[in-house]
Design a protein around this ligand. Structure first.
Ligand code: FAD
Length: 397
C-alpha cells in the first residue's frame, strides 16, 4: 500500500530542491537550537512548527492522503540529512510517520485512512504507538492489555510503558488482546484510540538517560470504550501483523537515524581533532586518532550502503515486505551497534571535553544508546535474523 504512483512523487529536480531546503533547515535552525533542548520534556512549538512546515510529518504518507508520498529510498535520503541534527527532532514526528500511520495505511479501512492520514500528514495530529507493557517488552506477543467486545464497542484495560510522544498525542495506536484464551500474538488486535477518550490517561514524563525533548510516559486504559469501527482493518486477531507494518518501517528509519547521527559525530570529532593541539600538533596528525576517524567513516559508509540497498528493495517489494524483515533487522542491528562505537570514539577524541555536559558529542553519546534497545533490542534482531536463516537454510548451505 506504499501506493503513491511514481508520477505523484516529486521528480528528481523537485526532490533535490526539497533536500536542499532540509539541509538548510538542519544547518540554520535545528543544529543551532540543540543546546536549548537540554532538560526539556517537549520539543518547543516553534521547532515543531518548522518540522511540520517542512512536510516531515507526511514523508511516508501518499499524496492522495495529503502527504509527500516519498518512496522509501527518498525517505531515507531525507532522513540522512534530518538526523545530522539531534535525533530528538526525528523522535517528534517518527511515531507519526512510521508506527502511527503505516498500520492504518497498509491495514486500515478506507474510512480509517480518510479520517486520520491527512491530519497525520500535516502534523496536526501526533500519533503514539502503544505496544510495550510493564511485563512485556521484547516478548510483545505476550502482552496483557485486554479488549473485550461489548456490542458495537470494545472495552480496553491495561497499562503501556515508555510510550514516545504519548503526552503530545492526539491519537493512540493500541495493541490489545481480543482473544482472552490466547497467550501469543495470534490473539492481538490493533485499535485507533483518540486522545480524550474517557478512561485513557498518561503518566508523568519519564526521566531518561538522553533524548531530552520528546517525552515517554506510561499510558493507562481504564474501561476505555472504543467503537468497533476503530479496530484497524475491521478484523480481530491481525493486530500483530498490523503492528509489524509500523515496526518494519520504524526499524529501517532507526537504522537511517544511526547513519545520520554517526555522520554528525564524525564531523564533530574531525573538527575537534583538527583544531585541538597536543605535543605541538593537531590531534588529527596522530595516527592512533586517525585510526578512530577512519574506522568510524568506514563503518558509517557500510551502514549507509546497507540502508540504501534495503530501502530500494523495500520500494521494489511493494505490498510483499515479508521477505525483507530479516534484512531490515540486519540494518537496525548493524547501524545501531555501529553508531555506539562511533559515539564512543568521538568522545575519546574529545578527551575530557567529551565527558562534559554541553559538548555535542556528550549529548549524542547518550542519545544514540537508545537505538540498541528500542524497536527491538539488538538481541531480538539477532534472533530474528538467525531464525530467518534457519527457516531458509537451503539458501545458505
Ligand atoms: C526512550 C524509549 C522510547 C520507547 N518508545 C516506545 C513506544 O513509543 N512504543 C512502545 O510500544 N514501546 C516503546 N519503547 C519500548 C521499547 O521498545 C522496549 O524498551 C524494548 O522493546 C525492550 O523491552 P524491555 O525494555 O521490556 O526490555 P526486556 O524485554 O526486558 O529486555 C531486557 C534485555 O534482555 C534481552 N532479551 C530479552 N529477551 C531475550 C531473548 N529471548 N534472548 C536474548 N536476549 C533477550 C533484551 O535484548 C534486552 O537486552 C521505548 C523505549 C525507550 C527506552
Amino acid at each position: 500500500m506504499n501506493d503513491a504512483p511514481a508520477a505523484d512523487r516529486p521528480n528528481a529536480q523537485e526532490f533535490e530542491a526539497y533536500l536542499d531546503a532540509i539541509r538548510r533547515l538542519v544547518a540554520e535552525k535545528l543544529i543551532p537550537a540543540e543546546p536549548s533542548l537540554d532538560g526539556q520534556e517537549t520539543l518547543p512549538e516553534d521547532l515543531t512548527s518548522r518540522l511540520r512546515d517542512a512536510g516531515l510529518f507526511g514523508i511516508s504518507i501518499p499524496t492522495r492522503h495529503g502527504g509527500l508520498g516519498l518512496s522509501m529510498e527518498q525517505q531515507v535520503r531525507v532522513m540522512f540529512e534530518v538526523t545530522r541534527a539531534s535525533s530528538v527532532y526525528r523522535a517528534r514526528f517518527s511515531t507519526t510517520i512510521g508506527l502511527g500511520s503505516q498500520p492504518i495505511l497498509y491495514n486500515g479501512t478506507e474510512a480509517q485512512r480518510q479520517e486520520w492520514l491527512p491530519r497525520m500528514a500535516s502534523g496536526e495530529v501526533t500519533a503514539a504507538f502503544c505496544l510495550t507493557e510493564p511485563e512485556n517488552g521484547s516478548d510483545a506477543g505476550g502482552l496483557r492489555t485486554s479488549a473485550r467486545r461489548e456490542g458495537d464497542h470494545f472495552i480496553l484495560n491495561g497499562t503501556k510503558r515508555y510510550i514516545t510522544n504519548a503526552r503530545q498525542a492526539q491519537v493512540f495506536i493500541v495493541m490489545a488482546r481480543t482473544d482472552p484464551n490466547s497467550r501469543d500474538a495470534a490473539g492481538i488486535s490493533a485499535f485507533i484510540v483518540p486522545a480524550g477518550t474517557p478512561g485513557l490517561r498518561c503518566g508523568p514524563a519519564d526521566t531518561k538517560m538522553g533524548q531530552d525533548g520528546p517525552a515517554t510516559s506510561e499510558v493507562y486504559f481504564d474501561d476505555v470504550r472504543v467503537p468497533a469501527a476503530n479496530l484497524i482493518g475491521g478484523r480481530e486477531g491481525g493486530g500483530f501483523k498490523t503492528a509489524m507494518r509500523g515496526i518494519n518501517h520504524a526499524r529501517l528509519h532507526v537504522a537511517v537515524t544511526c547513519v545520520g547521527q554517526a555522520q554528525r559525530l564524525i564531523e564533530e570529532a574531525l573538527a575537534y581533532a583538527l583544531h585541538r593541539k597536543q605535543f605541538g600538533q593537531p590531534l588529527a596528525e596522530f595516527q592512533l586518532v586517525q585510526a578512530m576517524l577512519a574506522d568510524s567513516r568506514a563503518e558509517t559508509l557500510a551502514a549507509r550502503s546497507m540502508v540504501l540497498e534495503t530501502a530500494r528493495a523495500f520500494d521494489a517489494a511493494g505490498e510483499a515486505q515479508g521477505p525483507l524483515v530479516a534484512d531490515i533487522a540486519c540494518c537496525k542491528l548493524f547501524a545501531s551497534e555501529m553508531v555506539s562505537r562511533v559515539a564512543d570514539r568521538a568522545v575519546q577524541i574529545h578527551g575530557g571535553a567529551g565527558y562534559m555536559r554541553g559538548t555535542a558529542v556528550e549529548r549524542l553519546y547518550r542519545d544514540v544508546r537508545l537505538f540498541r534497545i528500542f524497536e527491538g533490542a539488538s538481541q531480538i534482531q539477532q534472533l530474528l535474523i538467525a531464525r530467518d536463516m534457519i527457516k531458509g537454510a537451503a539458501r545458505w548451505v
